[in-house]
Write a protein that binds this ligand. Structure first.
Ligand SMILES: *Cc1c(COP(=O)(O)O)cnc(C)c1O
Length: 464
């Protein structure tokens, strides 16, 4: 039985795709007019498309293929599990070995006393679960008024009604009647774009203290939780100034609120530790996990809860769950993924070898005339494109115009590097080798050079 593969000419696949397949976060007619690139297979950090191109995937799919493509061990784990027990639920006083084994393994890996997992099918679902959990937690503790959740502008927490509401993406809120009530937003710690004349340190403190000001404005008795990504991913790989997180943690400790670290991207080695909270010194009460948990080979997410939160939630029936909570095949694949990450010392490699190597090369990109700051934590990194470095100026064109030009050049050079507005971002598979990092950087330089030329030709190299 062959895989469902490229059995038609590319143009025909593109025609059928345009006719019947609606893409996420896409202007449908715009894509239909030019045709989607058809990806047919992948191994390691490399994608193949239907025209035979070999593309370096510096985004690890969507931040998720941490162990790289083509690991047959995960396919075999899935096959074994499908033959043994392809599905059973965990609602009706039943359980199964994959869900148990993965839960126990996650409790070992997670920092502090985050010893309990509530499974979901994705990061968005897990964040929906978190909304229910933090509100139910305070209700059980006799403080039902604590319902409000504080998040950050330009945060990404998923695309369900709850996840998109927790997120601070204006474009998402503009569609479908979002956000849901009782979510409040403070500003992001994006010094490059918003720091003005302040030093990064002073700016980091100022942004952290917005959390305290918001708690006081809403009333501590009304606030359930604060949610944040250790490093904002989809927002543009925004790395907070060093002063930011210690101050946020101090505030979370001082006030009676729960702290949710959304580790969907930062978890499972992305930052050079198992969890971003370890890299940044955070002590969350709840962690959202997904993506790298299974390296994207199966859809699975979850909420990791502290002993205290789990004990309170477990005191009564919790009227919540998903058909695929703890799906046995997804759990078996995630377990195999965690085994490989651990036994092949992939997280240590990011911390000690390939991470520092990428850092050196990435930070050198700041010498390019188009690049303002070059930021990197572990294996997630960003470039702020600018027409004037010293002024940290934005482009005169609407945000994203220049980023899109650069992204198109990367695409044409067989490098998947994304843009968020006018920031370029990468998040490669954690197994990327030094030689592959060299290729990544070479293609990035070339694409930046070509982009700069395009901007001059189009009259776009202009400050706002
Ligand atoms: C991707 C992402 C999510 C949503 O996960 P899905 O699996 O796409 O639902 C939530 N939080 C963060 C930080 C993410 O990057």
């Amino acid at each position: 039985m062959p895989a469902i593969t490229n059995h038609m000419p590319t143009a025909e696949l593109q025609r059928l795709d345009a006719a019947h397949h609606m893409h996420p976060f896409t202007h449908g007619n715009g894509l239909s007019a030019k045709g989607a690139r058809v990806i047919t297979r992948a191994d390691g950090v490399w994608l193949n498309d239907s025209e035979g191109a070999r593309i370096l995937d510096a985004m690890a799919g969507l931040w998720c293929v941490n162990i790289g493509y083509g690991r047959h061990e995960l396919a075999e784990a899935a096959e074994r599990q499908m033959r043994e027990l392809p599905y059973y639920n965990t609602f009706f006083q039943t359980t199964h070995v994959p869900a148990i084994a993965l839960a126990a393994r996650l409790a070992e890996l997670a920092p502090g006393d985050l010893n309990h997992v509530f499974y979901a099918g994705s990061g968005s679902e897990a964040n929906d679960t978190n909304i229910r959990i933090v509100r139910q937690y305070w209700a059980e503790k006799g403080k039902p008024s604590k319902r409000k959740i504080i998040s950050r502008k330009n945060a990404y927490h998923g695309s369900t009604m709850g996840g998109a509401s927790l997120g601070g993406m204006a474009g998402m809120h503009a569609q479908g009647g979002l956000p849901i009530p009782d979510i409040h937003y403070i500003d992001q710690p994006n010094w490059w774009a918003e720091g003005g004349e302040m030093t990064p340190e002073a700016f980091g403190l100022e942004r952290a203290r917005q959390l305290e000001a918001m708690i006081n404005e809403l009333g501590e008795e009304n606030v359930a939780a604060f949610i944040a990504e250790p490093v904002q991913g989809a927002g543009g790989v925004i790395v907070a100034p060093d002063s930011y997180w210690p101050e946020v943690q101090r505030i979370c400790d001082k006030y009676e609120i729960l702290f949710i670290a959304d580790e969907v991207i930062c978890g499972f080695g992305r930052t050079g530790r198992w969890f971003g909270s370890e890299t940044l010194g955070l002590r969350p009460d709840i962690m959202t996990i997904a993506k790298g948990l299974s390296s994207g080979y199966q859809p699975i997410g979850g909420s990791l809860l502290s002993d205290e939160v789990a004990a309170v939630i477990s005191g009564h029936e919790f009227n919540h769950g998903y058909t695929y909570s703890g799906h046995p095949v997804a759990c078996a694949v995630a377990l195999e993924n965690l085994r490989i990450l651990d036994e092949e010392k992939i997280v240590e490699r990011v911390a000690e070898d390939t991470g520092p190597y990428l850092r050196e090369k990435w930070e050198a990109l700041a010498d390019h005339p188009l690049v303002g700051e070059a930021k990197i934590v572990g294996m997630m990194a960003s470039l702020a494109l600018t027409p004037d470095k010293s002024a940290r100026a934005a482009f005169a064109s609407s945000a994203g115009t220049v980023g899109f030009v650069c992204r198109d050049r990367c695409f044409a050079n067989n490098l998947i590097m994304r843009h968020v507005g006018d920031r370029m971002i990468i998040s490669p598979p954690l197994v990327i080798s030094r030689d592959e990092i060299d290729i990544l950087i070479e293609r990035a330089w070339k694409s930046l050079d070509q982009c700069l030329q395009d901007l001059h030709e189009k009259g776009l190299f202009k400050a706002a």
